[in-house]
Structure formats: structure tokens, C-alpha cells
Write a protein that binds this ligand. Sequence first.
Ligand code: APR
Ligand code: MG
Ligand code: MG
Length: 196
Amino acid sequence: MAAVKKAGPRTGLKLGPEYKRAGHVLLHAPSPHKLFGRVPIRHVVLMQMRFDGRLGFPGGFIDPKDGSLEEGLNRELTEELGPGATAAYVTENDYISSWVMENPQKIEGHFYAKQMSLEDLEHLEEGALHAKDHGLEVMGLVRVPLYTLRDGIGGLPAFLCNNFIGKAKEQLLEALGCLGLMPQNKLEEAVWASQK
Ligand code: APR
Ligand code: MG
Ligand code: MG
């Protein structure tokens, strides 16, 4: 898979009709809660356990019948997350970066991030059990722990040791950094701890 192209106008990627298009999104909401009453949760960040046993972001292939990339992505979100996806409506303004895959099939992918209120995000989580693709393409939603526990590995470092689809891990780290969802030094420490 080619290197991720950094944020810019997403129309900057014009690869031709032989490339299938895909769109995925990181949904997040600020959280005032503390784990064990002392570890700040900071933000709820959603990923999903996929049908292939890997972690990834909600979204999927854009159908040629979809009016636009974002329309296709929003359709995928409704299928994978249920009716609560309307509160996560993604627009061009939510674009972050793109990726290109050549093998086994040619795909150009586009990655977005969208902030929601905690209330809307929790409502989405509740409704996701009734989504069309629940138990099929989507085995369940997961929240990403944005902290490191006292043992130095529990939390984000251990989470990063999971198996991720495509560039999903790099996209997660990119978004946590560029959206300011975690202090840069804490993010770097967690990545380093996950590689030990
Ligand atoms: N980074 C890079 N590639 C990714 C990422 C990511 N974060 N997330 C998904 N992909 C790739 C997947 O490998 C897949 O080939 O993008 C493609 C489409 O994403 P999915 O979410 O898997 O597609 P979806 O439309 O939801 O359909 C699920 O059904 O038609 C089948 O096999 C097809 O994988 C597809 C599945
Ligand atoms: Mg899908
Ligand atoms: Mg999908």
C-alpha cells in the first residue's frame, strides 16, 4: 500500500476508473469521565471489530450509484452503525487523508474524522446493535483507551498491539495527533511502549 497522502483537498487524488473508492471515518466525542475515578478518559474514540477479525473504522466501498464520496460514506455508516449515524453525518470538511492500495485490488481510500456530542455518540452506540450489518460486517464497536496505566503497557500501548486493517493504526495515530485528542508527548510514549 502506498504512503498515506496528507490532508488536502480530497479531490486531489484522481486515479482513474479502475480504482474502487472507499471512505472511512473516526468518530469522537469529548468525555468528562475518569476511569477508577482518577484516569481521564479525555475523548471517546470509536473503532469497530470487523468481520475479518481486524480493527478498523466504520465505512466502506463507495458505490458508483452514490452521488458523492461523502454520500457513499454516510450510506455505509447507516448500514454499519444504524440510525444514530445521522448525527455523525460526514461532509468534505471532515476529510483528513487518503491512501492507495494496488494489490490484491486497486482501491483509493479516504479517511475522515467527525466530532459528535457525547450524548449523540452514546445514542449511536446503543442503536448500533440494530444496524443492518451488526453481527455480519461489524462484530461490535470498540472505544479506544487514550491513557496508559501504571504498568506502562495497559491502555493505548496494549490497544496498539491489536491487528488493524490496512492503514487503520496509522490513521488512528495521525488523527489523535492532528485533532489534539491526546497530548503529543503522551501519544509518542504510548507508541514507544507498544513497540517494546
Ligand atoms: N486503511 C486501509 N484500507 C482499509 C481501511 C483502512 N483504515 N479500512 C478498510 N480498508 C480496506 C479494506 O481492506 C477493504 O478492502 O478498504 C476496503 C473497503 O473497506 P470495508 O469497510 O471492508 O468495505 P465495506 O464496503 O464495508 O464492505 C465489507 O464486503 O464486499 C465485501 O470484501 C468486501 O471488504 C468488503 C466487505
Ligand atoms: Mg460496509
Ligand atoms: Mg466497512
